[in-house]
Design a binder for this molecule. Structure first.
Ligand SMILES: *[C@@H]1O[C@H](CO)[C@@H](O)[C@H](O)[C@H]1NC(C)=O
Ligand SMILES: *[C@@H]1O[C@H](CO)[C@@H](O)[C@H](O)[C@H]1NC(C)=O
Ligand SMILES: *[C@@H]1O[C@H](CO)[C@@H](O)[C@H](O)[C@H]1NC(C)=O
Length: 319
């Protein structure tokens, strides 16, 4: 009996014992691809709260992040409360820009602690296109990097541009580049440059480093002695611009065409109307003839329109 009272009181003591260390951890900044510890802790790390949850705050909605239940955080979340029950921190790994926002560690309705996570993602460094020269047999660095080389893009790939087609060059998968390609992103995740060795004249052309559909940077490789007439292509990044110019021209010309067509149609209709009413007054002798003749039916359809023009209605209704 005494023992159970002791146990219960100590249990109560412990559960009552979790007081959150800090209620606002402020802002934590991390580069995309890295791991980040979202801190939360009872002032005594042996004090175990009855329960706790971590949520990401999105306006009025909240999204629970704890454990592997949620697709968004599956395999990216680690907790430490098994070894130290009062340590409620969570380690979030492979952070992406989507993870940016406010997180809340909550142990009861009114007891919680917030932390703001800022994620610095990959922004490709300027310029958007550059020229690199090489001689046959040499190695050449095709440059591409995030402005912060610690930031890792969610994905990236290098392609060689050939007109509308693209050829992937990354790694040793492709016969063309097998054993000739070296990358540096394992040491600095934002350095997406590729070192192409044993350059041949066939390598001349445009290369694209792409991190998303609309984010890429181009490199033009010119190889000494290569036939520049046949292989030098226009800067591929300029083609969307040309496309836009055509679009805008069309947009500007279209209304003019429409107006001209409209005016022409109106003039034609007016002339035809005059002609028809002339024909009608002479041609429509009997009601029977009128019904069988398709051209007359056509006129009947147009009648409400003619009604607006006072002078033409009279011949139509006269017979
Ligand atoms: C750690 O916290 C999670 C989430 O609240 C909980 O499900 C789990 O039981 C806790 N582990 C221990 C050992 O307390
Ligand atoms: C909680 O555990 C993590 C991981 O071991 C550690 O980095 C952190 O300092 C701990 N927090 C506290 C308050 O002990
Ligand atoms: C990327 O790595 C290559 C090879 O080490 C190096 O030459 C280049 O300067 C690096 N680029 C950046 C932006 O750090």
């Amino acid at each position: 009996m005494w023992i159970s009272v002791c146990l219960i009181s100590s249990f109560l003591h412990i559960t009552a014992g979790c007081t959150l260390l800090v209620t606002n951890y402020g802002k934590i900044t991390v580069y995309s691809g890295q791991s980040v510890l979202l801190p939360c802790s009872c002032s005594k790390t042996q004090a175990k709260p009855p329960s706790f949850t971590w949520t990401k705050l999105r306006g009025q909605q909240t999204t629970e992040i704890i454990s592997t239940q949620s697709d968004l955080y599956r395999g990216r979340v680690e907790m430490f409360n098994s070894t130290s029950p009062g340590n409620l921190s969570v380690l979030l790994s492979h952070v992406t820009e989507d993870d940016q926002g406010w997180y809340r560690c909550q142990i009861s309705h009114e007891k919680y602690s917030d932390v703001e996570l800022t994620v610095e993602g990959c922004t490709l460094s300027e310029p958007r296109s550059r020229v690199v020269n090489a001689s046959p047999g040499q190695s050449v660095l095709l440059p591409c990097s995030c402005s912060k080389t610690q930031a890792k893009p969610p994905s990236f790939r290098w392609t060689k541009l050939r007109g509308q087609q693209t050829t992937e060059i990354i790694s040793t998968q492709s016969d063309l580049y097998r054993g000739r390609v070296e990358m540096f992103n394992s040491n600095s995740p934002g350095n997406l440059s590729v070192l192409l060795s044993h350059v041949t004249e066939d390598d001349q052309g445009w290369y694209r480093c792409q991190i998303s559909h609309e984010k890429y940077s181009d490199v033009e490789l010119t190889v000494e002695g290569a036939d520049t007439v046949g292989t030098s292509e226009e800067d591929p990044s300029s083609s969307p611009q040309q496309y836009n110019t055509i679009q805008y021209t069309l947009l500007a010309v279209l209304p003019v065409i429409l107006i001209i067509t409209g005016v022409a149609w109106y003039i034609y209709k007016r002339n035809k109307g005059k002609k028809n009413t002339g024909e009608k007054s002479s041609g429509s002798k009997t009601e029977g003839e009128k019904k069988d003749d398709p051209s007359v039916m056509y006129d009947t359809v147009q009648e409400p329109r003619n009604n607006n023009q006072e002078e033409t209605t009279t011949p139509l209704s006269a017979p």
